[in-house]
Write a protein that binds this ligand. Sequence first.
Ligand code: ADP
Ligand code: MG
Length: 341
Amino acid sequence: MTSLSASVVARAPGRVNLIGEHTDYNGGRCLPFAIGLATIATVRRRDDDRLRVHSREAIPGDHRWREYVVGVVAELRRIGWEIPGLDIDLVSTLPLGGGLSSSAALECAVATAIAGLLGAPLDGAGRRLLAEACRRAETEHVGAPTGGMDQLAALLGSEGHALLIDFADPDAPTTTAVPLPVAAAGLSLLVTDTRVRHVLADGDGGYAQRRRECADGHPRRRRHVTTENARVLDAVDAIGARSWQRLGGLMTASHVSLRDDYEVSVPQLDLVVDTALTAGALGARMTGGGFGGCTLTLVAADRADAVREAVDAAYAERRWDSPRHHLVTPGAGARVLRGAG
Ligand code: ADP
Ligand code: MG
């Protein structure tokens, strides 16, 4: 750590989870991939030891977001990094609280920029270290009981690949890059933002309650975790065999399990999934923690517009705020854009 950079710009992506939901904190498996929407952090050294943060996207009245940044700095200091006073500026293209992990993107962008500023290595081991510091920032400082998937996806994602993560040992999750050649197969992955917002950091919210229920051995919650873990392995197998119809079926089965056994869906998510399937998608599911956020739909590229239009029409019929659609492809993990020493 000998760099003397005065300022570093780093970018960390959001993520979509292909399958394996609410499994990370249950010792299970998931299969997320990093996407093109991202958060960019510009970090400058200060002469004093103050920490100043600014975000273009900060939600008026939200005082909690700074804790994500303070938490990252505190966690990196805890593991021995000598971090000077900093000015931190954030911009993001991710929806906040939309289930695409703006929180991990924020943490990982800041952590990656600080690593760049200090000349810390951004190899596999360095990235795992950052992922763990960012996870702890979110759980210990913000108080959002997340499981670690989001930070690993943001830091270890790679172009054209999903990331199979196994949390069997929660202190040392294993990761495997899984090629996901959907575009070459003539398929699209469509994210639909329901516009329903959840607040994960709300410690009394449904997410924390589900965690407690799992720890207490709630049979239906546990059944979701067990069947979902099996579906993740089936999905990796289906991808390897280029059995896209099967992959779609597993995604839809995941949604049904999250809706009926884990009970974290909402009417908007169910409507998007049902409408997408009726419009010819191979599979669709809610993605992320639930209680709002986004769906992910696997659909033949030439049917993607038809799905969008059908979903928009279903929303319009109910006079709900129009959903937002994003075509996503598996992209690279966090990186320094400028100024690394
Ligand atoms: P998600 O990670 O799915 O977007 P979370 O509830 O985990 O949802 O995190 C959303 C929260 O993270 C926001 O309410 C805000 O406090 C914080 N946040 C994330 N990105 C930013 C940003 N660029 N600027 C300010 N706050 C942000
Ligand atoms: Mg989050």
